[in-house]
Design a protein around this ligand. Structure first.
Ligand code: DON
Length: 315
């Protein structure tokens, strides 16, 4: 998948027109509902809708609610996986987390029956394992390193939404069960409560649709933030993260996504979706109404339309 970053001539007028058309079309989608299994997530304006496209050389096109903060949730997973790979190396991480699509829901309490490892880093079992592998002197430093990593991708200092964190910390028993399962199988060899707490914190980091577009464009730009010019991740690890996003980023909707949109992507229950055309562009959508897989209804529809109209499908 390694893609030379040679942004194709992108016609600004065409991109602006297509974004407007897709926004107008997808706004009529009123299905789905915001997540409420974390009570604080229900406290959003359900019909917020923002759409951004950022090029690998740093141009940003936006329409709608692209400055509203929301929590990153599972879109955090590829970035923490990236940091774990950088901290521990591909082999050490590979001994604990596989890279196989699971076809399972994101919060499935399961390990691969043969390897006894989480099937991939995009489902919660793999994500909590990745979070446990982040290095640092203590819990605070490990969390701080995660925040700094995401901030390098976004090109600004991100911070946590304390109410969403507290709400998930109060109710996240299923993730605690996953943490204890991982500890009992020796996948996590540190304190599982600490790893799960850090996972709740990373999920509660606030981003805007504009931030997600720059994070996506940084992945598109082989790991270099096109705005700040800072390297957030090596080119080799960027390639690996994008590969796993391709096969596992949309959970049990991954097959449908790859065939209809054809881009590596990641969704979150905060209503965000981030998609990447390697070497070219990053796309982000924010709309809190979710489908049965936990993916944004308008987000999926908008990415499909954009992929078709701008001919982005590359898989
Ligand atoms: O593990 C959880 O429940 C959340 N904090 C994140 C889940 C999520 O975003 C799933 N994605 N669509």
């Amino acid at each position: 998948m390694a893609s030379p970053v040679v942004p194709q001539a992108i016609d600004s007028g065409v991109v602006t027109r297509v974004l407007d058309e897709v926004y107008t079309l997808c706004r009529t989608e009123i299905g789905g509902a915001p997540a409420d299994y974390i009570p604080e997530l229900a406290a959003v304006e359900p019909d917020s809708f923002g759409l951004c496209l950022a090029t690998a050389d740093g141009r940003v096109y936006s329409v709608g609610d692209t400055d509203i903060p929301f929590t990153i949730q599972s879109i955090s997973k590829p970035f923490t996986y990236a940091l774990a790979l950088a901290d521990r190396g591909v082999d050490a991480v590979g001994q604990r987390i596989d890279v196989e699509p699971s076809g399972d829901a994101f919060n499935e309490i399961s390990l691969d029956p043969v390897t006894e490892r989480p099937r991939n880093p995009m489902i919660n079992a793999g994500a909590i394992t990745a979070t446990s592998l982040i290095t640092g002197r203590d819990a605070a430093e490990k969390t701080e390193r995660i925040v700094r990593c995401y901030s390098r991708f976004a090109g600004r200092d991100l911070s946590m939404n304390e109410s969403v964190y507290t709400s998930e910390a109060r109710t996240g028993f299923r993730n605690r069960a996953i943490g204890y399962m991982l500890r009992s199988f020796g996948i996590i060899d540190s304190d599982p409560d600490e790893a799960v707490d850090r996972y709740f914190r990373q999920c509660s980091l606030e981003v805007t649709c504009g931030d997600l577009a720059i994070m996506a464009a940084t992945l598109a730009n082989n790991g270099v933030n096109p705005r700040t010019r800072e390297r957030a991740l090596s080119a080799a690890l960027t390639e690996r993260v994008l590969s796993v996003m391709t096969t596992c980023g949309m959970y049990n909707a991954a097959g449908d996504w790859v065939t209809t949109v054809g881009l590596p992507a990641k969704s979150g229950v905060g209503g965000g979706i981030l998609a990447v055309l390697p070497g070219q562009i990053g796309i982000s959508v924010f709309s809190p109404r979710l489908d049965e897989h936990g993916n944004s209804v308008r987000g999926v529809a908008a990415c499909r339309e954009l992929s078709q109209r701008l001919e982005l499908h590359f898989l």
